[in-house]
Design a protein around this ligand. Sequence first.
Ligand code: SAH
Ligand code: SF4
Ligand code: F3S
Length: 473
Amino acid sequence: MYERKEITQQELDGQRLYCEKIRDAIAARPHFAMVDTYGCQQNESDSEILRGWLLDCGYSLTDDPAQADMIAVNTCAVREHAELRVFGNVGALNHAKAKNPELIVAVGGCMTQQETVKNRIRDSFRVVDLVFGPHEVWKFPELLWKTMERRGRRGNKSRLIAAEPSQGVVAEGLPRQRDGSIKAWLSIMNGCDNFCTYCIVPYVRGRERSRRPEDILAEARQLVAAGYKDITVLGQNVNSYGKGLDSGVDFPELLRAIDAIRGDFVLRFMTSHPKDATEKLFRVMAESEKCAHHIHLPLQSGSDRILKAMNRHYDRAKYLETVKLARQYMPDLVLTTDIIVGFPGETEADFSDTLALVEEVGYDAMFTFIYSPRTGTPAASMPDPASRAEKQVRFDRLVETANRISAEKHAAYVGKTYRVLVDGETNDPQHNLSARTKGGRLVHLIGDPALIGRFAEAEITDSSTWALFGKTV
Ligand code: SAH
Ligand code: SF4
Ligand code: F3S
């Protein structure tokens, strides 16, 4: 089923009226708001919209919960660990509320799309005044205003528990307060249709829907005009961009169109599902001027049996073929991945397959996770005989392998010179600047702070598992 609900200008204007009401209501003294973000870049992007709305509502932004009159927590449901952190941190807001009874606490994001979480917040987290979902970010002012109206009334009724299911919202023209002035997120789609059996994302983020190419290109042009130098195109599976639109623009063509915008910037994207990474994509990347030669290609497992149980739609042979093809087009390709250890039923032999594939591919960096059962996903009810301790041992072996390979990959940079984007300062006493290669590798540099926000040539003099070190030349 293809869900799509485009937010109209009239609906947006309605939200602006709520902003005005809130502005008036808090005008007597300065009010501060804080947005606390968990999870992936998609959530970071949503938090930028929340900050945009809060500024439009008359708040100033703060990072200090003690100063805040309004705290919005943007949550992630992908693993239990993320959820536990949120529950802990929301519970701790009781202290802030005891000091400032006027404080409004709102919990949004992916966790709230699960009934169990909604109920738990309703029953056990009285500190929370508003629960809203990722599909309601576009109407945050309305929800905030209604929450304010209810306050003052007594009992359970005074709280607003929204977080309605996805209707496939696509909203253009929302305010957005970006983090920083060098790197920008550019969200091109939302939701996911892949239903990997371990993953909660399709349930909480709804069906896949893409923004129109003209809206994306207009935003990309604005970003370049505003001086952003590093643009990351975002989607749960960017390779299926355009599905359901009649524009005829697929992901490689969208990349090509963004690449053609005049200006000096690096173009990145995430995430690519291996089943949909095509030769056309690699060709466009190789031919493009600005596209980083970097692909984040989540492997998840190197065992054919487990990949099938995960519903990933590729096997190790197909994955290796994809990597080979990508490297033919881009011999300098930086390759990163995600791997889950201890999926239900994973045996020692399955895990060995993962280790062997990791060695064969040679990733520049890897994000590794121990499988976390998510209620409502198919994998959560699969038999899972391996103990937590066994999984931990496998996980440690994988991390050790990942670190060794990263260190080897990084060592190969030493003695060479790369064009890097300088993006800030570091706490490293020997190297004052932080930068990224076009492939996305972190570089600590000695150089002039005036270079921040600019491209520079860097000679790499040393390396570690995590970073490259050098000086500007
Ligand atoms: N859409 C992206 C990323 C989704 S979540 C993609 O497909 O790549 C990011 C990573 O979290 C996934 O790649 C996976 O490795 C991990 N992950 C997702 N669900 C998980 C679970 N239940 N337990 C452990 N790791 C999980
Ligand atoms: Fe989750 Fe798979 Fe969709 Fe990624 S592609 S968000 S892992 S279901
Ligand atoms: Fe987490 Fe939601 Fe992203 S579950 S990983 S914040 S899409």
